[in-house]
Design a protein. Structure first.
Length: 192
């Protein structure tokens, strides 16, 4: 009987410790995190742009990924287009009419685990002062100690499709596609 009570106490303690485990804070590695977007230009070509060097935090629970969360923000004017005239047009009243301090933000609201390393991350995307829900189809690429930094690291990739018109950025549609495809690749380090 004593053995049974001891075993039950150990099991209860183990269960309580597991239940109380909390997500751990990871900070985005700005030098290895990019968002690439693409759109169809008049049927002749695919235009590309990128955001890089942005900040964010992931509350990562590897044992219970649905309990994780993510927040990211970056200035609209950090957009890279590869051609100054295109950047200037994107920042004009035809599209963003962006101020120097205008931010793009994403805050997760739910995570649905879909596989061993995959999940659908639903969140609020604020772009051009409009907030709409967006779903990221995400993959955990790898998690473990970084070979050069010697600390826990995680890598994620994700895709999504948004409509420019949902964010009052639909100029010249449908000639320039309303749909914009987004590809994300981020690395994050465990916070100190």
């Amino acid at each position: 009987m004593k053995t049974l009570i001891t075993a039950a106490a150990i099991a209860a303690t183990t269960f309580a410790t597991t239940v109380q485990a909390a997500p751990e804070a990871y900070v985005l590695d700005s030098s290895h995190s990019q968002i690439v977007f693409q759109y169809n230009h008049l049927g002749y070509s695919t235009g590309y742009g990128m955001f890089s060097g942005f900040a964010g935090e992931i509350q990562f629970d590897q044992e219970d990924p649905a309990a994780s969360s993510v927040t990211v923000s970056f200035p609209v004017k950090s957009m890279l287009t590869g051609w100054q005239a295109r950047f200037d047009h994107f920042m004009s009243p035809d599209f963003f009419a962006a101020t120097d301090d205008e931010m793009v933000t994403f805050t997760s609201t739910a995570i649905e685990v879909t596989g061993e390393n995959t999940a659908l991350i639903t969140g609020d995307l604020t772009l051009n002062e409009v907030t709409k829900p967006v779903v990221l189809d995400a993959t955990l690429n790898q998690v473990g100690d970084h070979p050069m930094e010697g600390k826990p690291w995680a890598g994620f990739s994700a895709t999504a499709t948004v409509l420019r018109s949902d964010f009052n950025l639909g100029a010249f549609a449908p000639f320039i596609s309303d749909e914009v495809q987004i590809n994300l690749s981020v690395e994050a380090m465990k916070a100190d």
